[in-house]
Design a protein around this ligand. Structure first.
Ligand SMILES: N[C@@H](CCC(=O)N[C@@H](CS)C(=O)NCC(=O)O)C(=O)O
Length: 210
């Protein structure tokens, strides 16, 4: 059976988990935290989670894992048919990760881990997030899903990015991340009602309770 290494609070771990649940693929969770220890680096070259353990070997990087799951072909497809529409989904995934997730991450230390970040970092993050949201406004279809009329991996990346980035922006940057993009809030609320997302929230609550 496929194994998913990571932990329940990680948003990237939950992206892959949502894909597995949506596809109805059986999986086993291997509890793992990001680490620079040699043992973990042998599993994950950057020491990050998630990692997917297949019969052939290990795969890192969430978007790559999405492509692998799609290529394996088990369960419903979460990609459109045509090469062009597939590319548009991958474009959205990259835009959400590079221009929303990563700028928000520069402030996660202060938002979630009791640390602090400089005013310069915050100003840069805010400016970058504004650009990222403007990009999403231009690229996203929201009809009703991010890439059009069907649920895709772009929705998964979107859901687990805007949740955390939105909380971070509110706490640290005094910013309403989706304030200028109400269609994104509607989509995020709808995605959070999917059975897969509800299960993930329950698993997170159970993990937090110890
Ligand atoms: N690009 C990676 C990012 C994964 C990632 O940043 N995971 C976080 C946990 S949510 C992590 O492992 N952070 C530890 C680190 O950055 O060293 C992916 O697509 O999977």
């Amino acid at each position: 059976m496929i194994k998913l290494h990571g932990f329940a609070i990680s948003n990237y771990f939950n992206m892959v988990k949502m894909a597995l649940i949506e596809k109805g693929i059986d999986y086993e969770v291997v509890e793992a935290k990001p680490s620079q220890d040699a043992d973990f680096l042998a599993i994950s070259p950057m020491g990050k989670v998630p990692v997917l353990e297949t019969e052939q070997g290990l795969i890192s990087e969430t978007d790559v894992i999405f492509d692998y799951l799609e290529d394996v072909g088990e369960g419903p497809s979460l990609m459109p048919e045509s090469a062009y529409e597939k590319a548009k989904v991958r474009e959205l995934i990259k835009e959400v990760e590079l221009y929303i997730e990563l700028p928000a991450r520069t402030c996660f230390a202060e938002a979630f881990f009791g640390g602090s970040v400089s005013d310069e970092t915050k100003e840069k993050a805010k400016a970058n997030l504004e650009k990222g949201i403007a990009c999403l406004k231009r690229s996203g279809k929201f009809s009703p899903y991010l890439a059009g009329d069907s649920f895709t991996y772009a929705d998964i990346m979107f859901l687990y990015t805007v949740g955390l980035a939105g909380a971070c922006a509110k706490r640290v940057l005094d910013m309403d991340l989706l304030g200028s993009l109400p269609e994104a809030r509607v989509l995020s609320d709808a995605l959070a009602k999917r059975d897969s997302a509800i299960q993930i929230v329950a698993d997170q609550a159970a993990a937090s309770a110890g």
